[in-house]
Design a protein around this ligand. Structure first.
Ligand code: UDP
Ligand code: MG
Length: 160
C-alpha cells in the first residue's frame, strides 16, 4: 500500500520567539509577527506577558556571568513581552536570519533588527539559537494547554 507523506501534518522543528519590551512599547508587535507569518512558519503559541525576574534569569542563565546580565534582566522585565512558539522545517536557523545580528547596527537591512533597531541593549526580539533551546525555552515560557496544534489552511500550498 502506498503511503502519502503530508509534511504539514508532521511535527516539525520549534523555536521560541519573543518580542522584547521595547518592541511592544514601540508598537512593533504586528510588524514583527507578520514577518514570521509571511515567511510561512506556523504559530503554535502567543501571549502578552509580564516576565518575572526569576524567569528572565532562567531564560538567560548562560549569560549570567556577563557584565551586561543585570541590565539585560532589567530590560526584559521592564514591561510586557510577547511570547511566541513557531514551528516549521529549519525554523530555528531561519528565524535567526529573519531577526538578524545581535547588534542591530551590524544586522543586514531586511532583517527585523536591521530595519527596526539601533542598539544591542534594545534589539526588539529574541529567537532561540538551537532546536534544543527552542524546546527548552517553549517549555519555560508556556504552560501546558497554552500551545495550539493546528493545520493552517495554506499548508498544502506552502509545503509540497
Ligand atoms: N546583550 C547585551 N549586550 C551584549 C550582548 C547581548 O545587552 O553585549 C543582550 C541583547 O539583548 C541580546 C541578549 O543579551 O539579544 C542575548 O545575547 P545573545 O548573545 O544570546 O544574543 P541573541 O541570541 O539575542 O542575538
Ligand atoms: Mg541568544
Amino acid at each position: 500500500k502506498r503511503r502519502i507523506f503530508l509534511p504539514h501534518l508532521q511535527k516539525m522543528e520549534e523555536t521560541y520567539i519573543m518580542i522584547k519590551p521595547d518592541g511592544v512599547q514601540r508598537g512593533l508587535v504586528g510588524e514583527i509577527i507578520s514577518r514570521f507569518e509571511k515567511k510561512g512558519f506556523k504559530m503554535t503559541g502567543l501571549k502578552l506577558f509580564k516576565c518575572p525576574q526569576e524567569l528572565a534569569e532562567e531564560h538567560y542563565k548562560d549569560l549570567n556571568s556577563k557584565p551586561f546580565f543585570p541590565k539585560l534582566i532589567g530590560y526584559i522585565t521592564s514591561g510586557p513581552v510577547v511570547c511566541m512558539a513557531w514551528e516549521g522545517d529549519g525554523v530555528v536557523a531561519s528565524a535567526r536570519k529573519l531577526i538578524g545580528a545581535t547588534n542591530p547596527l551590524q544586522a543586514e537591512p531586511g532583517t527585523i533588527r536591521g530595519d527596526l533597531a539601533v542598539q544591542t541593549g534594545r534589539n526588539v526580539v529574541h529567537g532561540s539559537d538551537s532546536p534544543e533551546n527552542g524546546k527548552r525555552e517553549i517549555a519555560l515560557w508556556f504552560k501546558e494547554g497554552e500551545l495550539c496544534e493546528w493545520t493552517p489552511a495554506q499548508a498544502p500550498w506552502l509545503l509540497e
